[in-house]
Ligand binder design. Sequence first.
Ligand SMILES: Nc1ncnc2c1ncn2[C@@H]1O[C@H](COP(=O)(O)OP(=O)(O)OP(=O)(O)O)[C@@H](O)[C@H]1O
Ligand SMILES: [Mg+2]
Length: 511
Amino acid sequence: MANLPGFLTEMGIEVEPIGMIGDGAEVTKAPLILTRGKEREVKIEDLVLVENLNGNWVLGVCRRGFGRSPGLRRDRYSPGRAYARMGMQPSEARESFDFTISIIGELTPNGIRQNKLIIAPRSRAYAFRKGSPLALLGGSLDIGYYKDHPSWVVPVRPEFIPYHMGVFCVTGWGKSSFVRCKIIPLLRHAGYGVLVFDWKGDDYVPYAEALGAEVLKLEQIACLPPDMGAVYIIKKANSFGFSAGSAILNNIEVALLEALEKITGQEEKGEEPQPRPFPTSGLTAEQIKTLLERAVLAKMEELIDKKYLELAERRFLARFRRLDARIFKLLTPAGKLKPEDVIEKARKGIVIIDLSGWEPEEKLTAFLSIASYVWQKMNVEKESINVAFVIDEAPQYCPYQPKGIQEQTTRMIEGLCALGRSYKLPIVIISQGLKGDIGINPAVRRNINTWFIGKVHPLDREEAQNMLPGVDIDFLQSLEVGHFYFYGNMCPSPVPLLIRFSIENCFKGQG
Ligand SMILES: Nc1ncnc2c1ncn2[C@@H]1O[C@H](COP(=O)(O)OP(=O)(O)OP(=O)(O)O)[C@@H](O)[C@H]1O
Ligand SMILES: [Mg+2]
């Protein structure tokens, strides 16, 4: 048994010897030779304590495992191989099992700090049998538990929450569940309000009650500015039967734009095509539709050559009248919650914006209208926000190669990240892919400082390896649902930790 330092005993920690450090140990990693029989107990990602003969106690984690049997080497003949070939039992005398330990740090009564000593070969290594070694890491709150130990709660460094987080793994491997069960409650405990953008409306909206969240529908908050509104109507009306870019269609677009500006009182003043504060006009969607029809027809008469006017009017009317009045709700500022109202609600708890039932452009516009308000608050008024943004399905907002309105949302998210650090606006980015075509925009990626990475798409293998030094990538690729490597500045350990969470205990404040 180890003669543990007093502070470890006081913490109720008990350990059991499992092996010894071998040749080639360094400061940050060391080979662990398992005592005979322990290879059946010690597993990859287990935490180990090393009584370094060079004078300190260090905590480490088992990473790559190796089984050695020199008598069975494949590059030359040996009696062992001959025995094996004959179906007999070769000698196990020279067999051994090793793990490469990644060193987490040196243990001190005040918590963990960077290890600077070489780990001495022949130092003894121990497994934890009682007490939670995670308590040694410092930090507070909880982001799940360590691998196979539901009682080993993994703490975080809450001061780094506004440095933004990213959650990545292949589809169906538990990203949204993890955010719902662990990240959102963590943000609340850390004192932040939460604003969730639910792209499909089925990842968070159904759990609103359990989360104690208020759900707002896109049409309650979104108001398309006239230029986007015009393009939107043309799209909905299948270009009124004209080919894209044709002169008549362009004229219809101008007519729509002008009519929308007039009717909704949103005349274009500056250069910036950003969504602007909503005027207080009291028109309903139906009224807008009727007014718009009249105004567009009048404008078309001015713009379109007499020869084509009748055809244009007929096509316009036929398709315009068929449009669902619902879509005109997006064009009116009447009855809408203003972005400041949405943020005010989010400050007090959790608000989920249900973006379902609309096309990507509308979803992104809704996001922009809130985001640009918040950006303004931080950039101009230097105001702390204290609300976290949860952006699920992030490649829809800030893909590798943004197109159309995505260019605006990508720039906006990048801007929010940069200011968010100082003005308490943590952003949680959730994506299936990390890098390249399937990933998120590099400008956004480099603003993420805490990473939760589960099993990744094969195309992301290399990036995952870069992101998770020391981790066995084949092991990462075989992770089950709901397991993530936790790494970055919120993680109290300098090396990635494998965490998981229980979906059953989701809203009971544990697991
Ligand atoms: N910790 C867990 N334990 C058990 N089951 C889980 C766990 N986490 C997630 N699941 C299950 O895995 C499934 C997929 O989860 P989820 O929708 O969170 O994945 P996702 O990564 O967000 O997928 P997508 O990329 O499609 O959005 C769900 O049915 C959920 O119940
Ligand atoms: Mg999801």
